[in-house]
Design a protein around this ligand. Structure first.
Ligand code: PSV
Ligand code: MN
Ligand code: MN
Length: 388
């Protein structure tokens, strides 16, 4: 007998977590990028690697692209390639952080010509979305200033609104804009979209097709992220997650690695707020694998999300509500912690097997020989990195 009800298994079966194409490229810190043999040389190979994650877990049916890192001659062709491998192209991420013109801002820049260039880049991303069949345009802005007095904080918010409004106006009926916030880096004094409140204020001024993207690594240490999740769901404005984990800053480590309990608490609020398997709330990873193998790093990541979702589904809602109503603090906490401490791995392994999937996707992938095969096949050319 499984520890899960049929309804809980049905919810787990529907779970879908989008993978970032850039997770399969080489990445590192500003000190050193360690190359991995077999690393993809182009977006086609990144998608082939992502398709392995789907093959072994059935949890990752879509792949997000970053433009221009994943620029190709034909997006129709890239889409056909992905679909042939059993995955779809997902969110399109814009990039206004690697061009000299954007040193002092892009969508917020004082100079209308620079703003024009940055807006046009987003309009091109929307054209790409039409070819790839993508729904979401994800915008993260590396804009801000380093020194008090350097920038007109208010003028930049106004220009941001104007720029976003022009991009928003170009979206198709079924398309959305998700605005990601981050409290610092690369700017260290102020950032133009530093927090959920600013993202919310900006997207609320645009309309229903604009939502907030919550990257779990983009908060100050100690922030109660699950509270933000609850509030955005309550407001109907949580558009997507960028999942990862962090010890210090925006570390982009494997989700659930640094603080599994935090991931559990977030997923509990997602379930409580009706966000699980809700098409309005996209689950994505935004991670880099600097020292570990990339495909198994992504398999580990989606399994971590699945395991914590499974634990959060086990919270006895009726018992918790009763304890909360009666003011029984310790009982409420016990109910919550009981679910967190439940080892769901054996039940999930059994359930995977019953669906024709490997009980242990990490082991099955390791035994498949895929890493040795790509290391042998992908010689020559330039390995893709974070940024290409
Ligand atoms: C910025 O730190 C960010 O989280 C944004 O989502 C970028 O697009 C991404 O990282 C690139 O890794
Ligand atoms: Mn992100
Ligand atoms: Mn980030």
């Amino acid at each position: 007998m499984s520890i899960f009800s049929a309804d809980q298994l049905a919810q787990l079966e529907q779970q879908a977590i989008e993978l970032p194409s850039w997770a399969f490229g080489n990445s590192g810190t500003r000190f050193k990028v360690f190359a991995t043999p077999g690393t993809p040389r182009d977006p086609y190979e990144k998608i082939a690697d992502a398709a392995q994650v789907q093959k072994f877990t059935a949890l990752a049916p879509t792949v997000a692209l970053h433009i221009p890192w994943d620029k190709v001659d034909s997006y129709d062709d890239l889409r056909a390639h992905a679909e042939g491998l059993g995955v779809q192209l997902g969110t399109i991420n814009s990039n206004t952080f690697q061009d000299d013109d954007y040193k002092f801002g892009a969508l917020t820049h004082e100079d209308a010509a620079v703003r024009r260039k940055a807006i046009d880049h987003h309009l091109e991303c929307i054209d790409v979305m039409h070819a790839t069949g993508s729904r979401d345009l994800k915008i993260w802005l590396a804009e801000g200033s380093n020194y008090p007095g350097q920038a007109d904080l208010r003028g930049r918010q106004d220009r941001l609104h104007e720029s976003l409004a022009e991009i928003y106006a170009r979206l198709g009926d079924e398309q959305r804009l998700v605005l990601e916030y981050k409290f610092f880096e690369p700017a260290f004094y102020h950032t133009d979209v530093p927090d959920w409140g600013t993202s919310y204020a900006q997207v609320a001024a645009l309309g229903d097709k604009a939502m907030v993207c919550l990257d779990t690594g983009h908060h100050a240490p100690g922030t109660n992220i699950e509270f933000i999740v609850m509030q955005l769901l309550r407001l109907g404005k949580l558009g997507s997650f960028d999942f990862n984990s962090r010890f210090y800053a925006d570390d982009d480590l494997i989700v659930g690695a640094a603080d599994p309990f935090q991931l559990f608490r977030i997923l509990y609020e997602v379930i409580r707020g009706g966000g699980l398997n809700n098409p309005d709330v996209a689950f994505m990873l935004d991670q880099c694998h600097n020292v570990e193998d990339k495909v198994p790093g992504q398999i580990r990541s989606v399994l971590n999300v699945q395991e914590m979702t499974a634990r959060a589904l086990l919270v006895d809602g009726a018992a918790l509500a009763a304890a909360q109503r009666s003011g029984d603090v310790l009982e409420a906490n016990r109910v919550f912690m009981d679910a967190f401490y439940t080892d769901v791995r054996p039940a999930l392994a059994e359930w995977r097997e019953s669906r024709g999937l490997p009980a242990d996707p990490m082991k099955a992938f390791a035994e498949s020989g895929y890493l040795a095969q790509i290391a042998a096949d992908r010689v020559g050319g330039v390995q893709a990195g974070w940024g290409a």
